[in-house]
Design a protein around this ligand. Structure first.
Ligand SMILES: Nc1ncnc2c1ncn2[C@@H]1O[C@H](COP(=O)(O)OP(=O)(O)OP(=O)(O)O)[C@@H](O)[C@H]1O
Length: 239
């Protein structure tokens, strides 16, 4: 059974309420799925609709057996879905450790054990535990944002353009970490602008064009497809 499933998702913003025009997507436990496509295709909007930040006009979003579309933020979290937004995803005036505490602020008794588990997975955060969020580099900040999300022990971790604004070296490091997060019963669904790089670490990919899935399949197959590279990815060869 899929950890995460989107069926017939339609929605958008106010008057522009059909940005996403009927999207189906699945992610199995342990799978890393990426959503790529041209600017403005609706990739980030899919994640916002799934997370309940926007109300879908139609469709079903489930984590395991639990439907989350239009659910409250608490219900989405309880179902095991956490979205790491592209921006404003850490508290600059708080230390790394205090930021992680925000991930369990509803259940503070869980803090220490979960913090230690996050430090095991993301050791850089342990080394910088007392450093303020605003003094971290872009890549370190993204790691912290993922750490906050992991404090909730999600079954589905959704990442909205995690490498945006990072240097190629920092992006490569972050991609390697993200690859490691998709394991066991945790699925990762990642929207990425760095499409070719994302395809090298993802298991499967969805190519979104104008609010619809134009292509889906194994990431390696999509990376090797000349039409996909020419049409959406600028014709560059995958690394
Ligand atoms: N807050 C908003 N209000 C109204 N329209 C919006 C809003 N945010 C995005 N849109 C529109 O929705 C469409 C899809 O945007 P979205 O951010 O989902 O695309 P994307 O595929 O993630 O693009 P990019 O790769 O450029 O980030 C675009 O036409 C965009 O202008």
């Amino acid at each position: 059974m899929s950890a995460f499933s989107i069926e017939g998702l339609v929605g958008g913003y106010g008057a522009a309420d059909h940005v996403v025009k009927g999207v189906d997507l699945q992610a199995a436990p342990g799978e890393l799925v990426c959503i790529i496509g041209p600017n403005g295709a609706g990739k980030s909007t899919v994640l916002k609709l799934a997370a309940g930040l926007l109300s879908p006009k139609a469709g079903r979003v489930t984590v395991g057996e639990t439907a989350i579309a239009n659910a409250s933020p608490q219900a989405v979290l309880a179902a095991g879905f956490v979205l790491v937004p592209q921006e404003k995803n850490v508290f600059g005036g708080l230390s790394v450790e205090e930021n992680l505490a925000m991930g369990t602020h509803m259940r503070p008794a869980l803090f220490k054990a979960r913090r230690d588990a996050v430090f095991d997975r993301l050791p850089l955060l342990a080394a910088r535990r007392r450093q303020l969020g605003k003094t971290l580099s872009g890549g370190q900040r993204q790691l912290l944002a993922m750490g906050i999300a992991l404090m909730a022990e999600p079954k589905v971790l959704a990442l909205d353009e995690p490498t945006a604004g990072l240097s190629p070296v920092a992006a490569d490091g972050l991609f390697a970490t993200i690859r490691g997060l998709a394991s066991g019963d945790v699925a990762v669904v990642m929207v990425e602008q760095n499409a070719l790089e994302a395809l090298t670490i993802a298991d499967r990919a969805y190519v979104l064009v104008d609010g619809r899935v134009a292509r889906e399949g194994r990431a390696s197959d999509i990376a090797a497809d000349d039409d996909i590279r020419r049409l959406f990815l600028g014709g560059r060869k995958a690394a």
